[in-house]
Design a protein around this ligand. Structure first.
Ligand SMILES: [Zn+2]
Length: 119
């Protein structure tokens, strides 16, 4: 999506951690904000567990308040999957408060109760 220019400060890191006493491992994605590559390397070195991989997190902009940041569990979007696939703008909100504002202003239909996650 062309409107989602990446910013160098947020990284999505996949970490594998041992679960319990057995050999099973659990993967988890965490977000790390780093000032630069050296800072990122230092933070990765301090992580408990095996770092499976990392990539620069896409930065999204809230359609209501304009705040930008990586996608987290508080974010949601409203629109059609076709628009999303075609790179057309969809409504994105960063928080339940902005979701409520978007509904109040008519940006999102009042009947919409849930919004899907997109990573
Ligand atoms: Zn917002």
């Amino acid at each position: 999506m062309s409107d989602l220019a990446a910013v160098a400060t947020w990284w999505r890191v996949t970490i594998r951690r041992r679960v319990g006493r057995g050999l099973s491992r659990q993967s988890e994605d965490v977000l790390i904000e780093a000032a630069d590559r050296a800072d990122l390397a230092a933070q990765l070195a301090g992580i408990k567990g095996a770092v499976d991989g990392y990539h620069q997190a896409r930065i999204h902009e809230c359609s209501v308040c304009g705040r930008s940041g990586p996608w987290t569990e508080t974010w949601g979007w409203y629109g059609s999957v076709a628009d999303l696939d075609n790179g057309n703008p969809v409504v994105k909100v960063c928080s339940p408060e902005c979701f409520a504002s978007a509904q109040a202003s008519g940006l999102i239909p009042r009947t919409a109760t849930t919004i899907d996650d997109v990573a």
